[in-house]
Design a protein around this ligand. Structure first.
Ligand SMILES: NC(=O)c1ccc[n+]([C@@H]2O[C@H](COP(=O)([O-])OP(=O)(O)OC[C@H]3O[C@@H](n4cnc5c(N)ncnc54)[C@H](O)[C@@H]3O)[C@@H](O)[C@H]2O)c1
Length: 382
């Protein structure tokens, strides 16, 4: 098999996890890293053991050894980096959000179609074996027709006013913080697991911490601040609750917050159907709760021997050996690179991979939640 060359733009918090996943594939090489300057790119490449470094993404997308461009830059750069890669006929793995605005996301959907390449967005929680178990169980009718979805995605890394991220600056992160950054994951997961589209939303959003200390230098995600920097006004939300309706008439609600002490990466999705319920919690991701009315509830532990045949391949370790965030990320990457390796005409992406259309839809949902909140909490159609 011809080896596939990968180039990463943006090696901050999540970028190195793209590299780890691609290295684990076994048939792809991490060829280059691009950073915001020659010096930072050189340092990152050295630390990550990557042969080439570039001080601009343009140079990386021009490199003939790079066939797949991974975009892990801050949100405001997503459109231009992805668009430049597509214009050179490169496959693209964009971290979420696909773009900072829906208009940009829509343009990228069209540009990817024209380029005829493999184009994916990393809504990576889809890659967890028990998420796939839940999806297949619902599709098989194991819990009956879903009528209620609920859950949350709560974190605490922005709890203090000394915590700061580019996500809180609309010029770099976009018009939304918590809803776009983590609410988008919840919505994608809910739609993916049930196969149902969200059609309407009603949002209640708020900014709990209205002034924060902004550091003079850059700070990567999840790094705590120590009180340095000027005090700046924060205009984007760090907490939100959203009512949702699905295309089959199912109702739902979820909350997102980056200011909820003790919740580290607490993503929970519960689906209640006509006969039973399922609940998956990212922080206990090797367990799937199954709720019954007329018999004792169950907890299914991740064990390939106990999983649906079609989910089994996503569990790479035997029962009792915990799988985690990086393994689910790898599962998504495996499916994307399998398409690339197949060569043109590229086969359709596996359903476990979010397409650019899914990414555009995520942008539209975030817009609708913001519109709804601005209208004082009006039901808003996607
Ligand atoms: N899928 C997930 O679960 C997940 C998790 C975290 C982040 N993300 C997404 O990944 C993206 C990056 O987030 P992060 O938390 O890693 O941010 P980060 O700030 O930690 O890293 C961003 C990196 O991009 C670099 N950069 C800035 N300008 C650049 C430029 N012009 N060219 C090249 N590199 C540049 C920065 O120096 C930094 O190293 C965001 O869009 C975020 O939404 C997704």
């Amino acid at each position: 098999m011809t080896r596939i060359g990968m180039g990463l733009v943006g090696a901050g918090f999540v970028g190195p996890h793209h590299i780890d996943a691609v290295r684990r594939l076994g048939f792809a090489d991490v060829v280059a890293v691009a950073g915001s300057s020659d010096e930072s790119a050189r340092q990152k490449a050295e630390a990550l053991g990557v042969p080439k470094s570039y001080g601009s993404y343009q140079a990386l997308v021009d490199d003939p050894d790079v066939q797949v461009v991974h975009n892990a830059t801050p949100n405001h750069l997503h459109y231009e980096v992805t668009s430049a890669a597509l214009a050179r006929g490169k496959h693209v793995v964009s971290d979420k959000p696909l773009a900072m605005t829906s208009a940009q996301a829509k343009r990228l959907v069209n540009e990817a179609q024209r380029a005829g390449v493999v184009a994916a967005v990393t809504f990576n929680y889809r890659g967890n074996p028990l998420v796939q178990q839940a999806r297949l169980a619902i599709a098989r009718g194991d819990i009956g027709t879903p009528h209620f979805l609920q859950g949350h995605y709560l974190q605490d890394w922005l709890l203090k006013d000394t915590d700061y991220s580019w996500r809180l600056d609309p010029q770099q992160g976009g018009a939304s913080s918590a809803v776009a950054d983590i609410g988008s994951h919840w919505c994608d997961l809910a739609q993916h697991v049930t196969g149902l589209k969200i059609t309407h939303v009603l949002g209640d959003i708020t900014t709990v911490i209205k002034k924060r200390r902004k550091p003079s230098g850059s700070r990567e995600a999840f790094q705590a601040g120590h009180g340095e920097g000027e005090l700046v006004d924060i205009g984007v939300e760090d907490l939100a609750s959203v009512l949702v309706r699905f295309e089959n008439g199912a109702h739902g609600c979820f909350s997102v917050g980056q200011v909820c002490g003790g919740h580290k990466n607490d993503l929970v999705l519960e689906v209640c159907g006509a006969t039973a319920s399922l609940r998956w919690r990212q922080e206990d991701q090797n367990e799937l709760w199954i709720g019954h009315r007329d018999r004792a509830n169950e907890v299914l532990q991740k064990d390939p021997a106990l999983l649906d045949e079609r989910a089994r391949g996503y569990a790479r370790l035997p029962g009792g050996h915990q799988e985690a965030w990086a393994d689910a990320f790898l599962n998504v990457m495996r499916e994307i690179y399998a398409c690339i390796a197949a060569g043109p005409p590229y086969p359709a992406l596996s359903p476990i991979v979010a397409t650019f259309e899914d990414g555009f839809r995520a942008n539209r949902i975030v817009d609708a939640i913001l519109e709804s909140a601005a209208d004082g909490g009006a039901w808003t159609r996607i």
